[in-house]
Design a binder for this molecule. Sequence first.
Ligand code: DCP
Ligand code: MG
Length: 413
Amino acid sequence: MPRGETVPIHIDMDAYFASIEQRDFPVYRKKPLVVCHTNDASSVKGIVSTSSYEARKYGVRAAMSVLEAKHLCPRGIFIRGNYQKYLYNTKKIHKICLRFSDMVEIFSVDEFFIDVNRSAHLFSGELKIGLKLQNMIEEELGLSSSVGIGPNKLVAKMASEFKKPRGITIIEEDDLPDTFSPLPVDKLFGVGRKMKKHLEILGINTIGDLANTPEEILKKRFGVIGVALHQAAMGRDFSPVHNSFDLREAVKSFGHSSALGKGVSDIKELSRITLGLTEGITRRMREDRYVGRTITAKLHLARLFSISRSKSVKSFSHLTSDIFPIAKALLEKEQALIERYPVTTIGISVNNLIDIKKSHQLSIFDLLADRPNQLALTTDSIKNKFGEKSIFRASLLDWKRRYHSVPRLDITR
Ligand code: DCP
Ligand code: MG
């Protein structure tokens, strides 16, 4: 394969959610299993998330109603999806991909692009990488996948669909016209059901038809999308693999704020509100795996002026028990001012962030010693499962009651 700026490999897991359940519950193996987005899999409510290949034989497809799926496949096993578990597996697959290149884009819950431009020579080429990747995922996670390799992301993505499950497909630049042309136009990435209908009206039924339509006609009819589709039909795509870690680097601070109506002067009450805001912030930091060491309190005071106070500390943290006392102290320093001018909006934020993995390597000792951290992670998982209101500090009960519709999120991020 000639080397351009990008040498992308695309990987797409086979019947992802269903395969995870079949791996975890042997009774589901070789059976028509339907994973549903519903509260009650025994009812006919909800929609199908995905189905095992055995269920697909009956015509069961993602996004169809559970009612229809039960009609098509009455003997199917219908279960409710366990999304936390699927995301956990996605993270594991991401880590395996990172062994082959530092440029890995998480494209969806079960798809990744890996740019092996700089690493292919280390593994004797991209085909070897594709095979190794598939094997590692199968051996370590017990899940099968399909791989596509092409001169760009678009072609690699389409290639991975050619052979499923457990396929590996390479499309070389020279083979492109012959491979793409005869395919129905909706096989082209970006052409959905509606666009297919519009194209058919113009007599465009295959990808080849689309490639042979003068760009001007498509531009007139569909604008920039028409031009993009024309390029895609010719197998052209110049988009880079976006390193999913770059997105994390872009995060500068985590902040929550709360509007306080006419204003609050009572320092105790403000302190409780600060605790609530800090809980929200630290929870997001833990979720996104950041720690920070500069805490800022922004106060809008009645009669229209605002103040901002910051303090940096030595050690990085994402725990309320570390961050809240600092925020509280910042507040208390301004007590005299606050008593004269009630606070109408309060915002707390944490910046000076680093990636938690870079801060230090967690050892087993850290895990055993780090009780507050463990507690925070446990409450996070309860909230993830049962909702934000399921668990909060007793001292916040009253705050939750009085300031029901706040906090407002995302002032700084
Ligand atoms: N998904 C969903 N709802 C949809 C489409 C997908 O919940 N409408 C979920 C379930 C899938 C996962 O996303 O398991 C990945 O989507 P895919 O389109 O890759 O489908 P599968 O991995 O299930 O099957 P395939 O083997 O065709 O890739
Ligand atoms: Mg898939």
